[in-house]
Design a binder for this molecule. Structure first.
Ligand code: ADP
Length: 271
């Protein structure tokens, strides 16, 4: 599938139609082909990140949201591991601490927004405040309902100040989640990932899907778009994510800074 068509298909514009989307879509790729495509995309991403880091004129914020076991961690490992770690910041957002709860919900988020030259990945984000908070009733409707507007304005402010924003929902099926939970229960090296609370969230699957659908629809904008990436097949997912990031880094169009014009580079020898 052509790159532009792929991004258009993944991007959210209006109702994301989550129940209609194929969580195991491979876009016609075989696994080997997708792995080769991913390797090609990573070569481009590495070069773009080097320029972004040198240029320091803008930053990229990647918001990752998903149900448990959808593969947020493995996405970060796959896509970020090839990049220069000095220019990448991965920021997880868990249950707010007492101090964080004493502030507005964007306080802890804003503090981790990226600095010029950096790619910051939010592993969960301010969207939890219209997802888990809504589904579990941690705040009344009249409180969380207003947050979609806050979030749009907050993100627009970041964009206006030089941060590019891309938001990715890893769309996993309920069946695939079951399979991955079972693997976590069976494999001693994966048990540490399992929390009993994950089953409570699984039981509320339909409510979460409704909350995701609303959040994506209300906050996907031209400047801070949402993409829904099928997440059942990790190798297809990786290509989608790399292409999304490449597209947004190309939009930033970073360049290496001009070398010092006072220096005659060819005339210098270093003893
Ligand atoms: P993950 O599941 O992302 O690998 P954890 O197991 O630490 O990481 O889970 C983080 C938990 O924090 C999730 O259950 C998530 O719903 C919760 N959480 C994140 N942000 C908030 C928030 N603002 N309010 C309540 N719970 C939150």
């Amino acid at each position: 599938m052509a790159k532009k068509d792929l991004l258009d298909e993944l991007r959210v514009d209006g109702d994301p139609d989550l129940s209609e989307r194929d969580t195991a879509d491979t876009f016609g790729w075989e696994r080997e082909e997708a792995e080769a495509l991913f390797a090609e995309e990573m070569v481009e991403l590495v070069e773009l990140q080097k320029k972004l880091f040198a240029d320091k004129s803008a930053s990229l914020l990647v918001v990752l949201q998903a149900m448990d076991a959808a593969g947020k961690d493995s996405t970060i490992r796959a896509v970020m591991s090839g990049l220069n770690p000095a220019g990448v910041d991965v920021q997880p957002f868990g249950v707010p601490t007492e101090e964080e709860r004493g502030h507005d919900y964007l306080w802890r988020i804003h503090a981790h927004a990226p600095e010029d030259g950096y790619i910051t990945v939010f592993n969960r984000s301010h969207y939890e405040d219209v997802l888990v908070v809504r589904v579990k009733g941690f705040a009344p409707e009249k409180v969380w309902k207003k947050r979609y507007d806050h979030i749009r304005h907050f993100e627009q402010m970041l964009v206006d100040e030089g941060t590019h924003i891309v938001k990715i929902f890893l769309n996993v099926s309920k069946d695939k989640q079951k399979e991955r939970f079972e693997e976590r229960l069976e494999r001693p090296d994966k048990r540490w990932k399992f929390r009993l609370g994950d089953l409570d969230d699984r039981a509320l699957w339909d409510d979460y899907m409704q909350a995701y659908a609303d959040a994506l629809e209300k906050t996907s904008t031209d400047d801070a778009p949402w993409y829904v990436v099928p997440a059942d097949k990790k190798w297809a997912r990786n290509v989608c994510i790399a292409r999304i990031l490449r597209h947004h880094l190309e939009k930033i169009d970073p360049e290496y800074p001009e070398p010092d014009s006072d220096v005659d580079f060819d005339a210098i020898t270093v003893d």
